[in-house]
Design a binder for this molecule. Structure first.
Ligand code: FMN
Length: 318
């Protein structure tokens, strides 16, 4: 079925295709049966270790349907304190030859209050992670207030919360990965709730010393672990650089994300968890992430290119 629909979807503008796919999913029009591969991580039971990465269901509108696509968990967001429209369109681009996407969505989302109302009336069948970020209008020095606002409202609905400091499309956001700035955010969130499972989502463009700083904070503040990684601003690995601003995802990111996962796993103590994402385009990519010690694996661009059978194919292979 998807084989027939794919040429149609791929002939549409990428954001229109995305909205159409989300419409079909939230109306229960797509379902796939997937074998259970249950895992328990940080006290949470997952039907399988494959999740949908942040950014596809930003507002959590299809929460009750993701398990029908076989996902073992879903991460919604990025959610910001204030509702915001995101960047001007076009802001999502397909690079078909490279099995890649470039996006500069800019955290378009309905804001924490509205999303809390959606979550309040949802009954998801799988664990939900909530990814939070800073609103564009909030000054960088006040970032912790923005994160705290969303965390206060949303954590009650989340199996885990991700502090996203790594999207390239909100000016200055990635500077929040620095030791001093991240410390303020983590200190604020931990003082609000010391038990809730918290993760930090990092960029693949960090060097080892920067990753070491973040792991030090994870240990100091006793967070649950890392989500590695977000999109890249590098254009290496592309057949042709289209000179489009934004974060690159998909196949050109596979090698770098595997390296980041390997390094992160070595740096993280054994009791911390690694959610691996970035360029997971095949079941073999999933196996490689699990083999290096990732606890859970998320897909986005690979799912867009492979279609709704992707999670089934992965779960049959692992
Ligand atoms: C269109 C699009 C929107 C995204 N939005 C977000 C977001 O809001 N927050 C976030 O943390 N990551 C976001 N991401 C990054 C993905 O969650 C993922 O980390 C990244 O795409 C790498 O995985 P992939 O190569 O499998 O796509 C987005 C990615 C894409 C393609």
């Amino acid at each position: 079925m998807y084989g027939l629909l794919k040429p149609l979807l791929f002939s549409l503008n990428p954001e229109t295709a995305h909205n159409l796919a989300l419409f079909a999913i939230r109306n229960g029009l797509v379902s796939v049966s997937v074998p259970d591969k249950p895992v328990t991580k940080f006290g949470v039971k997952f039907p399988n270790p494959i999740g949908l990465a942040a950014g596809f269901d930003k507002n959590g509108v299809a929460l009750e349907h993701w398990h029908k696509l076989g996902f073992g968990f879903v991460e919604i967001g990025t959610v910001t304190q204030h509702p915001q429209p995101g960047n001007a369109k076009p802001r999502l681009f397909r690079l078909r030859r490279d099995m890649a996407l470039i996006n500069r969505m800019g955290f378009n989302n309905r804001g924490a209050d509205a999303i809390a109302r959606t979550l309040d009336i949802s009954d998801p069948a799988i664990p939900v992670g909530i990814n939070i970020g800073k609103s564009k209008i909030t000054a960088l020095r006040d970032a912790h207030i923005d994160y705290a606002y969303s965390f206060k409202l949303l954590r009650q609905f989340a199996s885990y919360t991700v502090v996203n400091v790594s999207s390239p499309n909100t000016p200055g956001l990635r500077s929040l990965q620095s030791f001093d700035m991240l410390l303020v955010i983590l200190d604020t969130l931990k003082s609000m709730d010391s038990n809730h499972p918290l993760f930090v989502k990092v960029s693949p463009d960090l060097d080892q010393a920067q990753l070491e700083d973040i792991v030090e904070l994870i240990v100091t503040y006793d967070l649950m672990g890392l989500v590695a990684n977000n999109t890249t601003v590098s254009r290496s690995g592309l057949a042709v650089d289209p000179h489009i601003d934004g974060g690159l995802s998909g196949s050109p990111l596979t090698h770098r994300s595997q390296q980041v996962a390997d390094t992160a796993r070595k740096l993280l103590p054994d009791d911390k968890f690694l959610i691996a994402t970035g360029g997971v385009m095949s079941a073999n990519d999933v196996k490689a992430r699990l083999d290096c010690g990732a606890d859970l694996v998320q897909v986005y661009t690979g799912w867009v290119y492979n279609g709704p059978q992707f999670v089934k194919d992965i779960c049959e292979a692992i």
